[in-house]
Design a protein around this ligand. Sequence first.
Ligand code: ZN
Length: 292
Amino acid sequence: MVGPPGSGKTMLARRIPTILPEMTLEEALQTTKIHSIMGMTSGKHSLITTRAFRAPHHTISDSGLIGGGTYPRPGEVSLAHNGVLFLDELAEFNRHVLEVMRQPLEDGEVTISRASGSVKFPSRFMLIAATNPCPCGHANDPRRQCSCSTMQIQKYMSKISGPLLDRIDIHLEVAPVEYRDLSNKKGGESSASIRERVVRARAVQEQRFVKHKIFCNAQMSSAAIKKYCELSSESQSILNTAMEKLGLSARAYHRILKVARTIADLEGTELIKTPHILEAIQYRSLDRAYTH
Ligand SMILES: [Zn+2]
């Protein structure tokens, strides 16, 4: 999420666990196990049944984030297992820290090697990151003038570009929210009703992949993408044009198809339609803006 201060990025991130499906017993056991290693469970209600939301500060060390120590301990990526890892002010994180996160993000587990042997911790989490659009925070802010030069903005955004950005499915620009919109009680959809839609879409995916060793669209291999993300010739030509015009990578191409598949699932349609592809392309806005 890219947006000026006060655009509700943190609030949005905190709500994500409330629209995710309830944890299965197996997930609850895994999450509880990791937290108990860190002494983070209380005896009385020892089974953790809600998805984790972890928001480490940008000064965190490599081992704090991915795990480590003489007696290996899980890091934030494992504490966020089955839940959400939120990195606020992404551009402020040490570049190296972001690089060591790539392996757990890709593999869903972390291996910590020591002379005495190696330990594996699970790390399948949803990554959510937020950043201001520029050093002063007000580029594209209708309320305030941005005081940064084009050079400064490019330098700032280039900190988050590259390999990590390429692994993020959805780039979202978040507009500032005025107080009156926040206090307006009408119009918003409740988390509970969004969750119902998510649960339905997940059920469709579980059914789709019943013969594969995966359970959701995000885990599709390129062969599965080919099989389950068929496009009409109109959608295909829109996607080809976007690839060419925006100079998107092969990885971005696959992400667009997976996201479009999910949008169609949320709508309850078997066919991926043109509006689904258009919406998914729109979520690659940072590839377009800062890496070319
Ligand atoms: Zn600025």
